[in-house]
Every structure is written in C-alpha cells, then in structure tokens.
Design a protein around this ligand. Sequence first.
Ligand code: FAD
Ligand code: UDP
Length: 392
Amino acid sequence: MADKYDFMIVGAGFAGLVLAERLSSQLGMRCLVIERRDHVGGNAHDLYDEAGVLVHPYGPHYFRTNSDRVRAYLSRFTEWHPVTYKVQSYTGGRYWSFPVNLGTYEQLIGREATEAEFKAYLEEKRVPIENPKNSEEVVVSQVGWELYEMFFLGYTLKHWKIHPKDLAASVTARIPIRTTRDDAYLREDFQALPRDGYHRLFENLVEAAMPVTILLDTDYFKVRSKFECDHLIYTGAIDRFFEYGLGRLPYRSLLFERESFTPEALTDRLSISGKPGFWQPEMQVNYPNDHDFTRIVELKHATGQAISNSTIIREYPASLEETQEPYYPVPNDESKAMYKRYAEVADARSDVSFVGRLARYRYYNMDQVVAMALKEFDRLAQRIRPAEALNG
Ligand code: FAD
Ligand code: UDP
C-alpha cells in the first residue's frame, strides 16, 4: 500500500519549505517533501567551498524585501547581516559605477559634475516614450542610446539570447537609474543576507517543520505512485507537470565556473581590487560587452566572511538543453500567452497548489516567493480549519 500523507510537497526551495513549516507547525499536518537535488534550499542554497569560502553555487542571492510579513517570518529562522549590494560594470577596458548614477556620468565625461548637469544630459539623450513596452524602451526612455548600448544591450543579448526589444519591460526595469550618487544595486528597504548563511536558515526551517519527511535525490515524477496525499503542493516547472501538453515554456539557464584564490594570488590582484584579500573591486562585476560570461561574483564582499582566501564565480548563460536547469522563465508576450493557458488548467485543480518561481512561471525574487507561500498557507488553513484564527 502507498504511504499516505496530508500534504505532498514537490521541491524543497523557499516555496516548498515555507509551506512545509507552516502546515506542519501550525496545523499538525503530515508533510512529505520530495526534492530532486541532494540538498534543500533550491536555488538559494549556499555552501562553504573547498577553500572554506561561503559561496552561492546557483548564482548570487541578494535577499531584499519591502514586506514586513516576510521579514518577520524569516527572522524566526535567521539573524541578518545587513548589506548594501554593490555592483560595477566592466566595459571599454575599465570598471564603471553601476547602476547608472551621477558617478557613471562623471566617468563618462571625465570630470566632476552636478546632479543638474546629469539631469540635463539625460533630458537631451532620453527618447520620449510614454509607456515603454519592452526592455529596450524602458532603458532608452530613461538614459538614451549611448548608455543603453554601453551597459544593457550586450548584457541582455548575452543573458537571454533575445533582443531587449523582444523582452518584457519588467526585465531591465529591475535595474534602477539614479541622478544622485546612490549606487546601490537594489531599491528595497530591507537588504541583508542570512547571517549564518541560507543553508542554516533552511536547516532551521526544516527543524521547525518536524516531523516532516524529506526525500532528497528523488524526482517526483519517478516516485509519485508510491505515495498518497490529500493535497499536492507543486513548486517545479508547470509545463513539466502537465507533460508539456500545452507546449514547452522557454527557460534560460546558466553554467557556473568557480575559481578560488590563495592570499598570495590575491596580493597580485591588489591593484585591481583595491582591497587586500579580494580579487575584484566589488561583490559583483557585470560584463555587458566582453567575454562569454555575464558577471563575476565575489560573495566575500557581501558576507564579510573573515577568511584570507577568496572565491569568484563566473556566470555563463546557457540553454535549458545544455543544463536541464530552468533557472529563468523568459518574460515576453509569447511565453505569457502560453503560461496563461497552463495557469487556467492549474487553477482548475483544487487538489494541487502551484507555488513558486517555476510553478507560476514568474521572474520572482525570494521574498516574493515567501510571500506567495505564506498567502497559500492562509488559503489552505482556511480550508482545513475555517473556525480557527491562525497567527503568523
Ligand atoms: P526553487 O528555488 O527553484 O526551488 C524549486 C525546487 O524544486 C528545486 O530545488 C528543484 O530541484 C525542485 N524540483 C523541481 N522539479 C522537481 C521534481 N520533479 N521532483 C523533485 N524536486 C523538484 N532572488 C532574490 O531575491 N535575490 C537574488 O539576488 C536572486 N538571484 C538569483 C540568481 C539566479 C541565478 C537565479 C536563478 C535566481 C535568483 N533569485 C534571486 C530568485 C530565487 O532563486 C527564487 O525566487 C527562489 O529560489 C524561488 O524559490 P522556489 O522555491 O520557487 O524555487
Ligand atoms: N541588465 C543589463 N545590464 C546589466 C545588468 C542587468 O542589461 O549590467 C539587464 C539584463 O537584461 C538582466 C536584467 O537587466 O537580465 C535584470 O538584471 P538583474 O541583475 O536583476 O538579473 P538577475 O540577478 O535576476 O539575473
């Protein structure tokens, strides 16, 4: 006979683990979590590499949020290490202040300038477009062609293999453009990393979800007949769930190349990094026009880890076929239309909740996924215990 659970949860990323914790600790539900990888945490997983440096193996995960609920909830499982995430862009043989700000303009004209001068420059260069419809229009309507071609066109083509004209406006709109000297990469009020790493945060979530059962190294589609459940929570790719019946959704993927440096090797980089013990000048350097990689991340800048070695990770864009890892949904009109058809079928399934970045096919950040999982918990809790007021 098949093992029976109240909830079967596919995927142990933020979406799956938050729901496992809530359902188990608040409602006493028996949960089974099935995870294909050999660890929990999904793409937000982090680890100490061979040199002892804390790294993000699936790309840098900069936690940020404007949601009090998400922050309060996650703060039960971690302390925080506040960070202002800093990024530079490398093009034309030099490092540029990025995202575009007054400092970038000063580098461009080769002298100090005022905010008023920069605003006048932008006013002259920007292309007047009232409602930017795509990722090219969003940028040129703010900064004009010159800065767009320096920083955005090549990066976007490399990352997505799609012209910015054919990508939703929301993609490049993620990047702020400022006329002040503020060069923070992100806009949200709260920006911090889990003080002891995401892996510790996830361990604490799992601990709080006890007696949850977690099966690692297990593909749901290979074992599903072995288990029974009252309700399924699915956080994998939505098109896979429906056996691609409505078409294959496009995804973009990445390959990661890790390189570690000894303190001696880092000494040789001092003229470039400007900081002893580091390989590059900031946590992240974007390469819009040079090389096959899009960015190099040296997380030690952000974690503040006291260690004399350092590790960098280069990110190479790749197709889904190359890696089998659907890291990015591709936001454009065609994929939106296809997803909408999947969502209609998904929403008709009262026995399944589709939660998270892959199941909802949206370019969500971590906090948005946590918010979605908490909201789905509220909905399920209402269904299971309508009379009880649940806190949390
Ligand atoms: P995931 O983390 O993808 O977890 C889904 C899990 O389901 C995976 O572990 C997968 O192995 C598992 N799974 C899928 N199918 C199956 C199956 N058939 N059987 C068993 N298991 C299965 N967000 C930020 O807020 N800040 C950032 O700086 C940031 N940077 C990012 C950088 C990169 C390169 C990427 C790819 C994402 C980034 N994100 C960032 C987004 C962040 O990763 C997601 O918002 C978050 O991890 C989504 O959580 P999730 O649970 O929905 O999905
Ligand atoms: N982008 C760009 N140049 C940059 C940084 C970003 O053109 O130097 C564009 C690119 O299309 C990218 C999008 O803005 O995919 C969002 O960038 P973000 O850094 O938020 O990407 P993520 O960390 O999600 O990969």
